[in-house]
Design a protein around this ligand. Structure first.
Ligand code: ADP
Length: 329
């Protein structure tokens, strides 16, 4: 069974335990049998619960936290039992570490979403009020105020699209249709779609993938990954910078690189930029139309392909994002 089970006799020595208990509590102590419970788990409330079961025949439920690098949390049910006419106690440990972590992630996500939506909404309401208070007749500014309202509404729209997309991908309900994809042509397509943005930021787009080069992927999803990464490479570049897409082949992997000549990402941020809503400069990302979800989407899509995405960056020089895709066997 998945739950850890420990049975102790009247002297609190362990009489029996299952494999899950061994994995959870034995660590360097070897087998659990014949050891005192206190040698295996040091926790006062747990010992008190076992004592109650042994001496007062009372069942108890407690929460147990095992500190350490791999902190774990358990819901434990302790009850008296009788076997061979002698009395003992049994503890069943339900590991709730993962459930708690997921609950925390869910709460964080909700609070992030609310925060991200509130910012543009506050701005929209403020400008509507300004217009209502008379600015609607202010010929010089009324169009500009409407423009700000439109921009913020678009931002909310974009954010909701990205949230829905991410939750769709994360729920595992997308079916990939991997096939041979011409990477040179796909890169050209992505460049064409982003050409006006590149022009606006004065960025040169370089396709270094040789013609007739193929990778094995779902075309739509690979285009989505490339678009997100090239879009970032344009946005976070320096003026007149360069974005280069290239391909390297490893033993059994294709590695697509998207390199920019931008500001780079410092080590403290590098670990976290693939997290949802994580941005090195929140205000700036919002200003240039970012939702903070693009890289999280890329990460999930790469993993759905059985691949991975990673980044190398040097401050002041630029960043290179790499999508690894397994080659078709
Ligand atoms: P968004 O671009 O919408 O802000 P992303 O998830 O795509 O969200 O990226 C998260 C953050 O990672 C960005 O806000 C930025 O701080 C950083 N980042 C992503 N790509 C680059 C890049 N090529 N150069 C520098 N920083 C980047």
């Amino acid at each position: 069974m998945r739950e850890s089970v420990i049975v102790v006799g009247g002297d609190t020595r362990i009489l029996a335990s299952n494999h899950a208990a061994y994995n959870a509590f034995a660590r360097n102590n070897g087998v659990l049998e014949d050891k005192r419970l206190s040698e295996v788990v040091r926790d006062l409330s747990l010992h008190e619960a076992f004592r109650k079961a042994l001496e007062e025949a009372v069942s108890t439920d407690i929460e147990l936290e095992i500190p350490g690098v791999e902190r774990r949390k358990y819901d434990v049910h302790i009850a008296p039992i009788e076997f061979d006419k002698s009395k003992g106690a049994i503890g069943i440990f339900y590991d709730i570490t993962q459930i708690e972590r997921l609950e925390r992630v869910r709460q964080e996500f909700l609070s992030n979403v609310s925060h991200e939506l509130r910012t543009p909404l506050t701005s929209i309401l403020a400008f509507v009020e300004t217009l209502e208070d008379g600015a609607i007749n202010d010929e010089e500014n009324n169009q500009r105020f409407l423009g700000v309202i439109r921009k913020n509404a678009q931002r909310m729209h974009h954010l909701i699209d990205d949230i829905l997309e991410l939750s769709f991908i994360e729920s595992g309900s997308i079916a990939l249709e991997p096939k041979r994809v011409n990477l040179h042509s796909l890169t050209e397509e992505v460049f064409t779609n982003l050409s006006s943005k590149a022009k606006e930021f004065r960025i040169k787009l370089k396709n270094e993938v040789p013609k007739e080069t193929y990778v094995f992927a779902d075309t739509v999803r690979l285009e989505q990954m490339l678009t997100n990464l090239v879009d970032n490479a344009v946005k976070f570049n320096t003026k007149s910078g360069i974005v280069t897409v290239s391909l390297a082949k490893d033993d059994d992997k294709d590695i697509i690189s998207i390199a920019d000549t931008g500001e780079g990402i410092s080590a403290e941020h590098l670990q976290r930029i693939f997290e949802r809503f994580y941005r090195t400069d929140r205000a700036r990302s919002r200003e240039i139309g970012g939702t903070g979800l693009g890289l999280a989407i890329v990460k999930h899509l790469a993993r759905l392909h059985g691949g991975e995405v990673s980044v190398n960056s040097t401050l002041g020089k630029g960043s290179t994002f790499s999508i690894e895709l397994p080659q078709k066997q």
